[in-house]
Design a protein. Structure first.
Length: 137
């Protein structure tokens, strides 16, 4: 049973690594897919991403053609006077993309980060009802 658990944990870790992406990365380091919880209220969709080591200066959020892309950059912090003997935690960057629907008001998206947790609020657009005029021949 313990061996099965170890195998599952290893598989989960491997799934989090980005093997290849459409664009070539310019940083020579591993990039992880951050885990994201998504909540929906009547007013907004809220995404909460775990990105340990990321702060407001090291996160980049872009929106292009309905594609919301999250990128976080983490620099390893060596401890002066010590050499790493064993590590279970790998340091790397984060990258994840989402396609947004037309129901999101893209002009009002807000993001905050605190203690390595990125919170993005995606307000819903007001429903638009149009009356179509009918013309006769």
């Amino acid at each position: 049973m313990a061996e099965e658990t170890k195998d599952l944990q290893l598989q989960e870790t491997q799934k989090q690594e980005l093997v290849e992406s459409e664009a070539e990365r310019t940083r020579d380091r591993v990039a992880f897919v951050p885990r994201v919880d998504i909540y929906e209220t009547n007013e907004a969709v809220i995404a909460v991403a775990d990105m340990p080591g990321v702060d407001e200066t090291s996160v980049d959020i872009t929106l292009e053609k309905n594609m919301l892309t999250l990128k976080g950059y983490v620099e390893p912090e060596p401890i002066e006077g010590y050499a790493l003997a064993y590590a279970e935690y790998r340091v790397g960057d984060y990258e994840r993309s989402f396609t947004l629907s037309n129901e999101i008001d893209q002009s009002k998206i807000e993001a905050t980060v605190k203690d390595g947790v990125l919170r993005i609020v995606l307000p819903k657009a007001a429903p638009e009802t149009k009356r179509i005029a009918v013309k006769g021949d």
